[in-house]
Design a binder for this molecule. Structure first.
Ligand SMILES: C[S@@+](CC[C@H](N)C(=O)[O-])C[C@H]1O[C@@H](n2cnc3c(N)ncnc32)[C@H](O)[C@@H]1O
Length: 258
């Protein structure tokens, strides 16, 4: 409900954080347990590959101002801090249910004194809360949507639902940066084997520690195409196991938010 939207604000060197408290949500979130070790584990297993994939398209917006960015499941905030160091006076809509992940992001934002303090960071606990806020409070349009290592938590229906919900908010020349794991069919056998072992281990670990129920990587590429997006560039890392794509809107935004 609109009236139940108290906003807590915090100032950080890059701008102001608006923490929207739109609904009661279960706490702690499963990813709270992963948050303290997430970045260390990532480094141990993949070195810089995941971070390179996150930053793959930052040069496309370097120096731009007045951007609106929606990031789903930002995690510990390594990408967010780099992005807001690259652009000026922009709005970041961050969907992050884990309070521990938020705390890591804010610590990074606090200790990185970049920019002129003119960014706005709007935090929401779920996509539904953000969509509700966007519908009722203010006209919101999104220039860049970011889903990094996020769709691997959903099945095809879940991914399709997310893309369709976000679509109507995206601008005509909107971009979608999507980085994730992939198993390339037909590649070298040892790469496929490595990828499939790593995927099994990750799903087992996140299932045990964060309660993640998803157990397999959905094929999201056709869903993007079906929902009106075209991939303009793709880069790969970690022997092809990690892929980063930039997608642009290729048609009308389609369905309305539910
Ligand atoms: C696998 S981590 C990915 C983190 C980060 N984007 C990255 O590049 O590594 C998933 C993140 O999504 C968040 N998350 C989990 N379920 C979510 C949901 N339903 N909506 C939005 N974020 C969610 C978690 O708290 C966590 O920060």
């Amino acid at each position: 409900m609109v009236s139940a939207d108290p906003v807590r604000t915090h100032r950080v060197p890059a701008g102001v954080i608006h923490e929207h408290q739109t609904a009661a949500r279960p706490t702690p979130h499963g990813f709270d347990r992963v948050a303290p070790v997430y970045s260390a584990l990532e480094k141990l297993v993949y070195g810089d590959a995941m971070q390179k994939a996150r930053e793959a398209f930052l040069d496309r917006v370097n120096g731009h101002g007045d951007l609106s960015v929606l990031t789903l499941g930002e995690g510990p905030g390594g990408f967010l801090t780099r992005l807001c160091g690259s652009v000026r006076a922009s709005r970041f809509f961050i969907i992050e249910p884990s309070s521990k992940m938020r705390a890591l992001q804010w610590r990074k934002l606090q200790s990185n004194p970049f920019g002129d303090g003119s960014h706005e960071f709007h935090y929401f606990g779920s996509l539904e809360e953000f969509l509700d806020w966007a519908r009722h409070r203010t006209p919101v349009t999104i220039d860049v949507v970011v889903t990094h290592f996020f769709f691997d938590m959903f099945d095809e229906d879940g991914i399709r639902g997310i893309i369709r919900s976000v679509n109507p908010l995206t601008v005509e020349a909107g971009r979608w940066w999507w980085a994730d794991f992939q198993i390339v069919p037909g590649g070298r056998w040892w790469r496929r084997m490595r990828a499939s072992v790593l995927l099994r281990v990750m799903y087992f670990f996140f299932g045990m520690v964060s309660g993640l129920r998803c157990r397999r990587l959905a094929n999201a590429q056709p869903l993007f195409t079906e929902c009106g997006w075209t991939r303009t560039t793709v880069k790969s890392y970690s022997f092809g196991f990690i892929s980063a794509g930039e997608w642009t809107r290729s048609g009308s935004p389609g369905s309305q938010p539910h």
